[in-house]
Design a protein around this ligand. Sequence first.
Ligand SMILES: Cc1cc2nc3c(=O)[nH]c(=O)nc-3n(C[C@H](O)[C@H](O)[C@H](O)COP(=O)(O)O)c2cc1C
Length: 248
Amino acid sequence: MDRFEKQRELMKSGFTGDMESDQMMGKPQPPLEKSFPEDLKIIELPTVSGEEVKKRDIFQCIMNRKSHRTFLKEEISLEDLSFLLYTTQAVKEIRGEGYATIRPVPSAGARHPFETYVGVTRVKGLAPGLYHYSGIKHHLVLLKEDPEIGSKMRMAARDQKFVETAAATFIWTVIPYRGEWRYDLRSHKPMLLDAGHLCHGLYLSVEALGLGTCAIAAYEQDDMDRLLDIDGKDEFVVYLSPVGVIKE
Ligand SMILES: Cc1cc2nc3c(=O)[nH]c(=O)nc-3n(C[C@H](O)[C@H](O)[C@H](O)COP(=O)(O)O)c2cc1C
């Protein structure tokens, strides 16, 4: 098998034959969401009603969606950030005594293996720094205040300048065992597909607010993981998308 063929295997469906996953063997399910020490500062987010939406024509939102890489150095409101977090990763329902979460985007087996971090550079009312979003509680946890977060994210994203001019960068990590517990070695392709749905959900929500975003897969894995203080093994960054104010 040459180097391409080896990598291509990941793109194929592994759903053939028998499988014996940890779920099938009765092993305990991993938590639905990551938790943090209780002494960290919590920021309750504004309730999302849908009134935040500026462009209500879904056809126009879908057709006008595009990647934006030029942002004005302006703040976005906490209401807008709340809307974007809620419409991408809020937990709408917990099924079966903590078995699965249902959210605005689809996920294979409703595993939702991602954690959402936000690198805040320009959000009204929030100190610049790194935050974690709880989709169950719809709040942010302040992980660290950092006035340099914009430039640090830019460097970890291979010097892509728009990361620093953005107002807030969504950084999604994966906790692979959430998928592996249920689908074993078949879980990895679906988890990557799920990341695509998640980011596209953000694109459409951003479009509806009249803001801009651009997906990023070209980043330095170790640098980005270190920035988030995660181990790079049981949790690591898979995708990011800086959101900013664009010229109308
Ligand atoms: C998986 C994925 C990874 C991407 N990574 C980057 C990136 O690292 N840097 C960048 O500038 N654009 C990135 N993009 C944006 C694409 O370049 C963009 O979607 C493409 O040029 C089509 O343009 P459109 O989104 O405006 O339709 C990425 C898009 C996707 C879907």
